[in-house]
Design a protein around this ligand. Structure first.
Ligand code: B12
Length: 219
């Protein structure tokens, strides 16, 4: 896994994809691979902030990550049987980061949930419309930019204005999201990764599973 992180951090396309293939063939847990790549992306982001990498490198890294997920996705275990529930998901307006949101969508689908993925840069009204159309009881909002916390809050507020806030559980996530962002936006819970997104959705849709303790907003 260390080699994978090193290749990805150095934005070595062929080496990264080759290593992903090798690890998968050797029986590695696909979720461990995603987590390793996510860690490398955080380091890439830090290098960008320190001006050691430029936007072109960020774009290239995103491209490699997307190719890696094409290799990893078929290895994720898929639940069979009835669909467990519906989720409306998207990256909020003003933010075009979608890689993490897509992983959340993939994992939820693998667990048997129907995901209405609205994509990225999604206006608040669009989330509300989709909930009205589908009757979904869970909304997932993603944001990677700190400036997008404002539109995340606006999206939560739009549900209040539409009179739908009581009926939906709003969970939020994205690298910079934490408890203080949750408080600011007025959402119900936050998750740090796709695994937590699945656990949150499952615990809210089926409280008998005893997920979050009463009053808790995070695992
Ligand atoms: C790749 C990348 C890009 C790519 C995005 C490709 C794409 N379309 O998705 C490109 C090159 C396009 C890009 C553009 C920009 N980026 Co950018 N980008 C990144 C980078 C390096 C990685 C993001 C990523 O994909 N990570 C991998 C995924 C798997 O992780 P993740 O997104 O965190 O998702 C996981 C969890 O957060 C969680 N999760 C995610 N969503 C949700 C939702 C729910 C409901 C739940 C429960 C959980 C959850 O689960 C996921 C899986 O585990 C980050 C660095 C970082 N620290 O994240 C910077 C970063 C986010 N970008 C940054 C910036 C500044 C920009 C630009 C403004 C740059 C510019 N000058 O134009 C633009 C933004 C334009 C816009 N309007 O959005 C800054 C943001 C700083 C800030 N304070 O806001 C960062 C932090 C880099 C940095 N350190 O400076 N970027």
């Amino acid at each position: 896994m260390e080699r994978l992180v090193q290749f990805m951090t150095n934005i070595q396309e062929q080496d990264t994809l080759g290593e992903v293939g090798r690890l998968l063939a050797g029986g590695a847990d696909p979720l461990d691979l995603i987590e390793a790549l996510r860690g490398a992306m955080a380091t890439i982001g830090d290098r960008f902030e320190r001006k050691e990498y430029y936007l072109s490198e960020l774009i290239m890294a995103a491209e490699i990550f997307n190719q890696a997920t094409v290799l990893i996705d078929p290895h994720l275990e898929t639940a069979s049987g009835e669909k467990k529930g519906e989720i409306v998901l998207g990256t909020v307006e003003g933010d075009i980061h979608y890689i993490g949101k897509n992983i959340v969508a993939s994992l939820l689908r693998c667990e048997g949930y129907e995901v209405h993925d609205l994509g990225e840069d999604v206006k608040a009204d669009r989330f509300v419309e989709k909930v009205k159309e589908t009757g979904a009881r869970i909304v997932g909002l993603s944001a990677l930019l700190t400036v997008a916390f404002e539109t995340m809050k606006e999206t939560v507020d739009r549900f209040k204005k539409a009179g739908l806030r009581e009926g939906v559980t709003i969970i939020i996530g994205g690298a910079p999201v934490d408890g203080s962002v949750l408080e600011y936006c007025g959402a119900d819970a936050w998750g740090k990764d796709a695994g937590e997104a699945v656990r949150l959705v499952s615990s809210y849709l089926d409280r008998s599973k005893g997920g979050l303790a009463d009053g808790a907003d995070h695992f």
